[in-house]
Design a binder for this molecule. Structure first.
Ligand SMILES: [Zn+2]
Ligand SMILES: [Zn+2]
Length: 237
């Protein structure tokens, strides 16, 4: 990938003078705005999955079929790379500022353009808990979802998938086991008609155990979605 464009260089040189920014990893100056919080050198050292990367087809874990994801409710999950280095810093920054640097946008676009995520028909972000949304002011997964919906020219759906608050669950009288389980039962589909027969592209910032996206996929499939693909910026393992 060519990381340099002449016009941008001049523009960014001016910008760096006006707003000098240091790399969140090495402390050097970030000379290209499109790289966000990390410098070009640190981006070069960050593991990004190549088109032909050997991954578990279903969950996207590096290596051959992982054997841990059979029970997960989604069809396939993909990420731009591992949750380390510049990708990790970008995800952390995304929780503070509702903005995705151009370089991260490009990485995500190339992931969703590939099969099987390219078969998606509707983009749905993992919803944030209403309380968390109130304190943060935005849902970081929705920022990522906006970017890929635009790239794929697909509808962005922020209403169909909802998070059911823990207190609501408690009031609904779930048993003790249900209350202990924080993820299963945390999501619900409020507009069944909108997700029925669709290939949903479910979007989140990080894939950790896969429990959250699998739980979302579960309710989406139950609501009639044909397939659920998962996109995250990075994966923790
Ligand atoms: Zn750096
Ligand atoms: Zn797997």
């Amino acid at each position: 990938m060519n990381l340099t464009r002449p016009r941008e260089l001049i523009y960014d040189a001016v910008l760096t003078l006006a707003y000098p920014q240091t790399c969140a990893i090495c402390g050097r100056s970030v000379e290209r705005r499109r790289f966000g919080v990390a410098c070009e050198e640190c981006w070069k050292e960050t593991q990004i999955f190549a088109d032909d990367e050997a991954i578990c087809w279903k969950c996207g874990a590096p290596g051959p079929a992982c054997g841990r994801c059979e029970e997960m409710a989604f069809t396939a999950a993909r990420a731009a790379g591992m949750y380390r280095g510049a990708l990790r810093e970008s995800v952390l920054m995304l929780k503070r500022r509702p903005y995705l640097p151009e370089h991260v946008q490009n990485l995500l676009e190339s992931v969703v353009m590939r099969e099987p995520l390219s078969f998606s028909t509707r983009v749905v972000p993992v919803p944030l808990h209403p309380k968390r949304l109130k304190t943060r002011g935005f849902n970081q997964a929705a920022i990522v979802a906006q970017t890929v919906a635009k790239a794929l020219k697909l509808p962005l759906d922020e209403v169909s998938l909802v998070r059911v608050s823990a207190t609501e669950k408690y009031r609904a009288g779930l048993d003790r086991k249900g209350r202990q389980d924080t993820v299963a039962g945390a999501f619900d589909v409020s507009h069944q008609r909108l997700v029925a027969d669709e290939n949903i592209l479910l979007v989140d910032d990080v894939f950790t155990t896969g429990a959250t996206v699998s739980s979302c996929a579960d309710v989406l499939v139950a609501a009639g979605a044909m397939q659920v693909f998962v996109l995250t910026v990075a994966r923790a393992r």
